[in-house]
Ligand binder design. Structure first.
Ligand SMILES: Nc1nc2c(ncn2[C@@H]2O[C@H](COP(=O)(O)OP(=O)(O)OP(=O)(O)O)[C@@H](O)[C@H]2O)c(=O)[nH]1
Ligand SMILES: [Mg+2]
Length: 365
């Protein structure tokens, strides 16, 4: 599961990426600094893990993670190959969700590719290129389906109808993700991964001083996001990247001084995590408390398989307790004694916040 960071050149994508992943990608005040995409892993901030570790007495904690890809900037005409067009679009095709970074900060030393900061225009520029790339994909599918129709395949009629519907929606500026297509209609797309089908969050990159202009800019970004049913987050990538470089105590003090409870990036990482339709379960074995990410709807044996394939194969039962109940009980042992640990079988669908001890042939997790 991967999240792609997209936006205009100089929007601050690599700055956001570095702050999130500490991967040290190149950042500079000229467009197309990023050419090859950068990949990095972010730990998902989750208070629950640390609370569990405190109660259970884990020496080590391992958070869940999300993979981020920092992609080259996109400009008008990218869908026709302008800028780093095709390369950029190829990278986006492979991601599962999108963080769209929108420049709100003003800094005369850092050129804006179109002269001035204009969040509405900037978002539309990017979204138009994504839609145009999708229209080209749909056109190719239409050509293929028409070819099949000519050779006498009668089943292509509904496929062509769906493709026409998707194309006209894209031409009107409606992203595929908002069309609410049925499973059958989706089948018409023959597994083509349309860019506007991917879930998105908008990140407004504001100035260090959160000025009046920044607030106005963020409101515009938030309004566009809301109209699409998407989330919008406001951060100063520059401040966040400075925080990320501080030792943790100093970072905490800095954050408090700014009147914040946590780095703004935590919100971005968590939002990305939800965008991927992931939930977290916890294990507490061998002095190691660990958060694991799984798709919503995953059953217990497959969740066990995340830890080790042997545990999926030999799955017998799962001992399960919600993290908050475990905190009240103080230990797995006490919770078991009070009958608060449930024994679940292979059809159990793991819930967000479950703490699980798997029993499998050959041992326990
Ligand atoms: N003042 C200010 N400058 C910022 C902020 N975020 C990024 N910058 C600067 O803007 C410039 C571009 O930042 P990058 O992170 O390289 O931007 P990018 O979107 O990755 O750009 P490309 O890779 O060229 O597409 C750098 O000089 C950053 O230091 C911010 O919040 N405030
Ligand atoms: Mg970059």
């Amino acid at each position: 599961m991967e999240v792609g960071i997209i936006g205009l050149p100089n929007a601050g994508k690599s700055t956001v990426f570095n702050a999130i992943t500490r991967a040290g990608a190149e950042v500079a005040g000229y467009p197309f600094t990023t050419i090859e995409s950068n990949m990095g892993i972010a730990a998902v901030p989750d208070e629950r893990l640390y609370k569990i570790a405190e109660v259970v007495g884990c020496k080590k904690t391992i958070p869940a993670t999300v993979k981020f890809i920092d992609i080259a900037g996109l400009v008008r005409g990218a869908s026709r190959g302008e800028g780093l067009g095709n390369q950029f679009l190829g990278y986006i095709r492979n991601v599962d969700a999108i963080v769209h970074v929108v420049r709100c900060f003003s800094d005369e030393n850092i050129p804006h590719v179109y002269g001035a900061v204009d969040p509405k225009e900037d978002i539309e520029t990017i979204n138009l290129e994504l839609a145009l790339a999708d229209i080209a994909t749909v056109d190719r599918l239409i050509d293929k389906a028409q070819g099949r129709a000519k050779s006498g395949d009668k089943d292509t009629k509904s496929t062509l109808a769906t493709l026409a519907k998707v194309k006209s929606a894209l031409q009107e500026g409606t992203p595929m993700r908002l069309l609410g297509l049925s499973g059958d209609e989706r089948a018409a797309l023959a597994g083509a991964s349309l860019l506007t089908d991917k879930p998105v969050i908008y990140v407004a990159n504001v100035s260090e001083d959160f000025s009046e202009a920044d607030r106005a800019c963020f409101s515009k970004v938030a309004a566009i996001a809301e109209a699409e049913g998407a989330d919008a987050v406001e951060i100063s990538a520059k401040v966040e990247s400075e925080i990320a470089e501080l030792p943790s105590e100093e970072a905490e003090e800095f954050i408090r001084d700014l009147g914040l409870e946590e780095p703004g990036l935590n919100k971005v990482i968590r939002a990305a995590f939800h965008l991927l339709n992931l939930i977290t379960f916890f294990t507490t074995e061998s002095g190691e408390c660990r958060a694991w990410q799984i798709k919503k709807g995953t059953r217990a044996p497959q969740a066990a398989g995340k830890i080790h394939t042997d545990m999926e194969r030999g799955f017998i039962k799962a001992e399960v307790i919600n993290w908050a109940n475990l905190l009240e009980e103080g230990s797995f042992h006490a919770a078991r004694e009070h009958g608060h640990v449930r024994l679940e079988g292979k059809d159990y669908i793991v819930q967000d916040g479950d703490v699980i001890l798997f029993r499998f042939s050959g041992g326990r997790s």
